[in-house]
Design a protein around this ligand. Structure first.
Ligand code: HEM
Length: 428
């Protein structure tokens, strides 16, 4: 059966959607979600919502930005739309979370700029070029491992493996700990899904435990690299001192948690959605296969736009402001819905269509332009490019046999599993 859910044609949605209804709104078919946001953008582009039940103290609610122009303006005005108050999720983080989750994504300048300057050393063009071979080797091994079986769960056997290995390798985490890191990152980004945290009353405890365990792993590694430096990023971050700056062990630990979460789940979901989209749109697969070199760059951007693996990031108002015609007050929470902005018809022709040659494609899947723009965007593009080239060259008929099993989350557009088949041994 062909998966469904990438067009809005069959949607019957008419009412005001409840963006805080995680078990219903965020698990509804993608077409319904798209139609709901289309209606909001049209009728009420900056709606206000009560906060969902999340295991954290419930706050006063949040505004939702659904238009690309409003989202871009908020991203570009970090002195008003701040990241350092409360959290970048809708719920404020309790103080005990800061040790593990208080990384630069939850900071404003000058603290943000200082940390970003230091960790950017791990993402220089030279370092990325050095990783290219490893990305290629890993993608090849991943396909080698499944090619004779003729089928697998694409999420665990394909999409998750590449970013996990690359992030762990960058930081010097040994292969024996990959599964440990994978399980903790599932808890951190999948906490609202009963499959990962079955007891909703335990969400806070589960997040603290996962953060604590990842931080321990990184502190141990950091200590070790101070004595025994290698050429990994951890060694660079704990040893190199540029302009008198280096990371403290706690900063290293929370940066690692940010990387694990930001670098793994996002890229994994983008690849999984890409495989689903190729299945649903054989004509787009044909276009891509006909010109792999020419089409891959635009196809990768289109997958990120269409999937929008990060659904939103929150900001908090430092002063009263008006945006999209809506008066907001100091202290108000504002969620920047990348997923919705990436379907704004004012900027994307036929926004629900999947078009591997879409150009221009001014998507905000990696964030709107601003100080928090995704640090790993180049790496993510490289990983996706290499993985899809490997798949489309060696198993070009790879196709999903069922719809994606989706994560229950208002934050991450996640795929938990996606069964795929292909001609065993490859067809060319
Ligand atoms: C398709 C894959 C990815 C997507 C869709 C994605 C998306 C995003 C988004 C939406 C933001 C927030 C931007 C903002 O608030 O303005 C972000 C930030 C970030 N991303 Fe990514 N990301 C991806 C891959 C990666 C990778 C591979 C890494 C690193 C290994 C990474 C590291 C980060 C970091 C460190 C930040 C915080 C930057 C800051 O606060 O200054 N991301 N990403």
């Amino acid at each position: 059966m062909a998966p469904t859910g990438t067009s809005t044609e069959d949607s019957t949605w008419t009412g005001r959607p409840d963006l805080s209804d995680i078990p219903n709104f965020w698990t509804a078919p993608i077409a319904e979600r798209a139609a709901a946001f289309a209606a909001l953008r049209e009728r009420e582009p900056v709606p206000f919502y009560e906060e969902p039940e999340s295991g954290f103290t419930r706050g006063p609610g949040f505004w939702a930005l659904t238009r690309l122009d409003d989202l871009t303006e908020a991203s570009r005005t970090p002195s008003v739309f701040t990241s350092g108050k409360g959290a970048t999720n809708v719920a404020d983080m309790p103080p005990e979370f800061l040790e593990f989750y208080g990384s630069m994504i939850n900071m404003d300048d000058p603290r943000h700029a200082r940390l970003r300057r230091i960790v950017s050393r791990g993402f220089t063009p030279k370092r990325l070029a050095g990783l290219t071979e490893e990305v290629q080797r890993t993608a090849r091994t991943i396909v080698d491992d499944v090619i004779d079986a003729g089928g697998c769960d694409a999420v665990t056997a394909i999409s998750a493996r590449l970013p996990l290995k690359i992030v762990c390798d960058m930081m010097g985490v040994p292969a024996s700990r990959y599964e440990f890191v994978f399980d903790r990152s599932n808890i951190i980004l999948g906490a609202s899904d009963p499959e990962y945290v079955p007891d909703a009353d335990n969400i806070v405890a589960a997040l603290l435990q996962a953060g604590h365990e990842l931080a321990e792993l990184m502190r141990d590694l950091g200590r070790h690299r101070i004595e025994n430096p290698t050429d990994d990023v951890t060694s660079a971050l704990v040893n190199a001192e540029v302009d008198g700056e280096r990371l403290t062990p706690d900063e290293l630990a929370s940066f690692f948690i940010l990387l694990v979460v930001a670098g793994n789940e996002t890229t994994r979901n983008a690849i999984s959605w890409g495989l689903h989209l190729l299945t649903e749109h054989p004509e787009q697969r044909a276009v891509w296969l006909a010109d792999l070199d020419g089409v891959t760059p635009t196809a990768v951007e289109e997958i990120v736009r269409w999937a929008s693996p990060v659904i939103y990031m929150r900001r908090t108002l430092a002063t009263d402001a008006v945006l999209g015609g809506q008066q907001m007050r100091e202290g108000d929470k504002v969620a920047l819905y990348y997923w919705a902005a990436n379907r704004d018809p004012a900027h994307f022709r036929d926004p629900d269509a999947f078009d591997v040659r879409r150009s221009p494609n001014p998507h905000v899947g990696f964030g709107g332009a601003g100080p928090h723009f995704c640090l790993g965007a180049h790496l993510a593009r490289r990983e996706m490019t290499v993985m899809f080239r490997e798949l489309l060259t060696r198993v070009p008929d790879i196709a999903a046999t069922a719809p994606p099993r989706r994560l229950q989350s208002m934050f991450i557009n996640g795929v938990k599993s996606l069964p795929v088949t292909f001609t065993p041994g490859g067809s060319r």
